[in-house]
Design a protein around this ligand. Sequence first.
Ligand code: SAM
Length: 293
Amino acid sequence: MFRIIKIFSQLIEENWKLKVIAFWILSFLPRKILFFLQHNITNRSSKKILTLDSDWLFILEKINKLNSDNHIKLLEFGAGRNLAQNIYLALSHKKLRQSVVDLNPMLNEKLTLQAYYQICKLLNKKPMNNFNNMKELLNLLKIDYLAPLDISSFLTKEKFDVCISKDTIEHIPKKNLYKIFKNLKTLIKKDGLLISCVDYSDHYSHTFKHLSPVNFLKYNSFHWFFFNPPNHFQNRIRHNELIKILKDCNFTQYEERLEKIDDLNFNVSKKYREFKLEELLTVRSQILSKNNI
Ligand SMILES: C[S@@+](CC[C@H](N)C(=O)[O-])C[C@H]1O[C@@H](n2cnc3c(N)ncnc32)[C@H](O)[C@@H]1O
């Protein structure tokens, strides 16, 4: 059985449309089956951390500039599986207290411990040995993991100095982003920071290298619905649309770093024809905004 699944998964790795079908089938089954397959069959989620991610460096650079004699309170939405970013930040900034929220409780103990040892190695730090499990490690690193929890309805008396998200915004339906940013305004202190690191590329192109990084812009909304299963949801948001949402929610933009591809080798669907070429070519961003109200 395991062998059949492995062969099927190899076939899927060669054809992105088969992957779409597999995601659709899995979307009708409990989510933990998808997590199990990703962890045990495709091994994508256990990829070794060999370098420090440029988004982590961007976030740390901005946090280091905050003047605080007390602890800096950080909120993240969209934690993912291994908290690698939070582990990196905790090891690099002694005064940080992190609350990390996720809609799906998909945190994996083995991947988190693995990430801890790999990041210690990258930072040339001796790993601590006074913990027995992930929970104790997260306590030592002052990371509070909160899941399942939807950031758009997160209520707390606490106010945060900074809120971050990485590779998450592109997975949230656009209409929900308004609700999320409006709620974040109540959670972030006045003049507090919002740091958004966004991947605007077609995520199928991450494994299918022959696809354009923005292949999904070919499809109209009707066709894209079928290629976009809910457990691998991509909102196809473009950078200028996100900036507009942030402005509409009264976040003031301070800095942005963008990554673009050189060219498009296909015609985009009607929906995207009114966009400037530059907006279609943008595949990543690091955005620093401020909550100045
Ligand atoms: C692709 S993962 C990002 C993982 C992580 N930030 C990283 O860089 O590895 C996106 C995460 O966002 C979470 N998410 C989506 N909508 C959310 C919401 N409304 N509130 C909190 N988390 C959400 C998903 O459950 C998922 O774990």
